[in-house]
Design a protein around this ligand. Structure first.
Ligand SMILES: [Zn+2]
Length: 253
């Protein structure tokens, strides 16, 4: 007899969520770090509730801004429903940060000494279906613009970050170049490949889906203290939807 351990209990939510699937806009919004939820089988991972709900577990405010962008741009959203502490869907399975043993200043006891079987189970349950679904959504039309949405902590390893919005790219900077052409006089401090960039391994989703398909793309990072409430979320979404609309138009025939 084999005993198969279920990854999710029968009443747990699906890991991959697609919203506004019939949207008519070109933009596909991806939010890998939308949720701090841990599947029940993982308990607390040995972390306090405060840490389990902190920026190491998810990108606070990112999904809220993504939903406002979806309305403004008539864009489909795909997001991951479980915490990046179990599997970080913006990292390939071989990356140490895919199932991190430490994150910033925190040890994650539940991720110490993972077996190959456990790593495979997490990859199969969370990473593969997420990226398979993105591949399907990208294949629906030939002019998809891939926009991944994130938030970052204002204080990292005790150091304050001045930048408010980061526009990140890998080897294809077309969309970011056009967005940065248009930011003079705006209210936000915007940086290219800040507060980190492709050298930190953060452009995995862009590398998987945008670069091989020649899609216009950007990874957007918003400092999370600016999007703690609806007013801030709306201000960020208004700014970004305007920026994206003009930059995409600049690249359209
Ligand atoms: Zn993120």
């Amino acid at each position: 007899m084999t005993v198969q351990t279920q990854f999710f209990t029968s009443d747990e939510a699906e890991p991959v969520v697609v919203e506004n699937p019939l949207a008519k806009g070109r933009v596909l919004l991806v939010c890998e770090h939308a949720s701090h939820t841990l599947p029940a089988r993982f308990g607390t991972l040995g972390l306090s509730e405060e840490v389990r709900k902190s920026h190491i577990a998810w990108d606070p405010g990112a999904l809220a801004v993504t939903r406002l962008l979806s309305e403004a741009l008539d864009a489909t959203i795909i997001y991951q429903n479980y915490s990046r502490l179990i599997y970080d869907c913006n990292r390939p399975p071989e990356s140490p940060s895919a199932m991190p043993v430490t994150s910033e200043i925190y040890d994650i006891p539940g991720n110490a000494d993972l077996s190959e079987a456990e790593r495979f189970a997490r990859t199969s349950a969370l990473y593969i279906p997420f990226h398979d679904r993105i591949s399907e959504l990208v294949a629906i039309r030939d002019d998809v613009v891939l926009v991944t949405m994130h938030s970052f902590t204002p204080v990292y390893y005790g150091k304050y970050r001045d930048v408010e919005i980061g526009l990140l790219h890998d080897t294809d900077a077309r969309l970011v170049d056009a967005m940065l052409d248009d930011i003079a006089g705006t209210d936000f401090r915007v940086g290219r490949n800040e507060p980190y960039g492709p050298e930190d391994g953060v452009t995995h989703t862009l590398r998987l889906h945008a670069l091989p398909n020649g899609l216009l793309n950007v990874m957007i990072e918003v400092r999370n203290d600016l999007i703690r409430n609806e007013e801030g979320q709306r201000a960020a979404a208004d700014f970004l939807s305007g920026l994206l609309t003009k930059a995409i138009a600049a690249h359209s025939p």
